[in-house]
Design a protein around this ligand. Structure first.
Ligand code: AP5
Ligand code: MG
Length: 209
């Protein structure tokens, strides 16, 4: 299973990808998570990525493609993977196709999560992430049960101003990626405004088809 999870910021890519990857034992590859790990470790890559992420802009393709290629060529990805937040430009999607071709594989399905802009702003401003487990919560929609409130933090780019910029960047640079995969007949649209567990059910149905 080689799956891409596509959707606007806050559409629920990370929440669904962690459920699906656990169920199917697939590596969950989030370029955003890789960058945030590098930022917290103070690496050169992290410092470079932070300049863009804090402004809600995309990290340059060359940097993203390098880290994604590196990750996809690792042993645990050879049987399948779940991509979250990559590819995000047509150039990245074309590069991914080239990598796949080189290793004699192909992307199977693209899950497109659809959520309205108003809902997205509410989701992102209420999101909290655990410093301990990395789990994603929402103060209203998905509050933690077992974790302490003081272990939760807000992402640096989760403020209303940056979210608006991220949405504009999504519409301009990432929406064309959907058309790229529609031409390959790989896109499956899912109503992302439902409850978390109903969305997971819809995704499983698509993957089992
Ligand atoms: P990235 O980390 O990928 O962020 P994003 O695309 O903006 O998406 P989010 O992680 O914000 O949202 P999500 O869809 O994962 O939603 P979640 O499940 O958390 O990228 C960050 C930055 O890194 C980019 O801006 C860019 O600078 C850079 N970057 C990363 N990849 C790149 C690339 N390929 N190229 C260039 N630059 C790149 O859910 C959100 C909230 O909603 C949570 O609180 C959750 O609990 C809640 N929620 C989820 N589902 C539901 C539901 N069904 N009902 C109610 N609440 C829900
Ligand atoms: Mg995410």
């Amino acid at each position: 299973m080689k799956i891409i999870m596509l959707g606007a910021p806050g559409a629920g890519k990370g929440s669904q990808a962690s459920r699906i990857s656990a169920m199917y034992k697939l590596p969950h590859i989030s370029t955003g998570d890789i960058f945030r790990k590098n930022i917290s470790e103070g690496t050169r890559l992290g410092k470079k990525a932070k300049e863009y992420m804090d402004k809600g802009e995309l990290v340059p393709d060359s940097l993203v493609i390098e880290i994604a290629t590196d990750r996809l060529l690792q042993d645990d990805c050879q049987k399948g993977f779940l991509l979250d937040g990559f590819p995000r430009t047509v150039a990245q999607a074309e590069e991914l196709d080239k990598i796949m071709k080189k290793i004699g594989k192909e992307i199977d399905k693209v899950i497109a999560l659809e959520v309205s802009d108003d809902e997205i702003i509410e989701r992102i401003t209420g999101r909290r992430v655990s410093k301990v487990t990395g789990k994603i919560y929402h103060i209203k929609y998905n509050p933690p049960v077992d974790e302490k409130l003081e272990d939760l933090e807000q992402r640096a780019d989760d403020n209303e101003e940056t979210v608006k910029k991220r949405l504009a960047v999504y519409n301009e640079q990432t929406a064309p990626v959907l058309d790229f995969y529609k031409k390959q007949n790989k896109v499956y649209e899912v109503d992302g405004a439902q409850r978390l567990e109903n969305i997971t059910k819809d995704i499983i149905e698509i993957l089992e088809k």
